[in-house]
Design a binder for this molecule. Sequence first.
Ligand code: AMP
Length: 132
Amino acid sequence: MKDPNCIFCKIIDGEIPSYKIIETERTFSFLDINPIAEGHSLVIPKHHAQKLHEVPDEYLSEILVVAKQIASKLGVANYNLLQNNGRLAHQEVDHVHFHLIPKTSEEDGLNYRFKPLSKEHVDLEKVHKKLV
Ligand code: AMP
């Protein structure tokens, strides 16, 4: 499935140029145009969907394999795999994409800290019941 207005669908079709890395039957990968670290890459399914849960399984199954291959090619010891869903979660391009971001220093790459919720805001029993 393609969206004619989607910038990443256009990259898959070659309508917009990209620094292509690996292309498979159901995935495409290329360098991020505004890298936050050298080698910052994107892996996308060849199926247009905004969010991860909307992508058919067969389009997702190759993504981690490709991310692994890119990580090996880059030869970096430290890196993050990031996938944003929705504006609040910092998604800017509405075609599912996985960032592979090398972490070569404290400054470059992904900078974040987990900030755990306070104990009174956490009900693990309740959430767990919803998930099983
Ligand atoms: P996100 O905030 O997760 O939606 O990230 C979107 C990413 O797509 C950003 O890191 C952008 O730099 C990248 N991006 C946007 N347009 C292009 C493009 N034409 N080629 C390569 N990367 C792009």
